[in-house]
Design a protein around this ligand. Structure first.
Ligand SMILES: [Zn+2]
Length: 151
């Protein structure tokens, strides 16, 4: 099987995965919307429902993150960039893509990214907190030095 054929078959896998994730998320959303309306005044039931809702929303978070990765991979296929490391632009080995169809980095760059997470990741969670945090570290180490000076 050529690389192109392999990528086409991975595309099928990704589309199926995307549809499955969308379905699960839609079901999850509708069950979360339904929660509360069927509570019949029982406090314990209501508490259990709340715990259930909490667990479902955590699962939904994991699933929506995976969905975003899958959609990103499909987008890269449309752009003809699929299977190319987004950092160093080498071809990602087919074995890695087979194991992780939504990988966008080669193993080296992935390791690098895990060891040194970018401060301003595109669409990252709290990019605005990255820089003040560095300042805080700097300030607190200064305070620490002053605290060590004996009276
Ligand atoms: Zn790379």
């Amino acid at each position: 099987m050529s690389r192109k054929e392999a990528i086409l078959s991975l595309r099928e896998v990704l589309i199926k995965r995307r549809d499955a994730l969308r379905k699960v998320l839609a079901e999850n959303l509708s069950s979360m919307n339904g929660y509360g309306t069927q509570a019949n005044g029982d406090v314990v039931d209501a508490a259990l429902d709340a715990v259930h809702g909490e667990i479902s929303s955590q699962l939904a978070e994991v699933e929506s993150k995976e969905l975003a990765r899958v959609e990103n991979a499909l987008q890269r296929m449309r752009e003809g960039q699929y299977g190319v490391c987004e950092d160093c632009e080498v071809s990602i080995p087919m074995a890695r893509l087979m194991a992780l169809p939504y990988a966008t980095k080669c193993i080296q760059c992935q390791r690098e990214a895990e060891l040194h997470p970018p401060k301003q990741e595109k669409g990252g969670d709290w990019p605005e907190l990255a820089d003040p945090f560095d300042d805080d570290q700097y300030l607190s180490s200064d305070l620490l030095n002053e605290a060590e000076i004996p009276d």
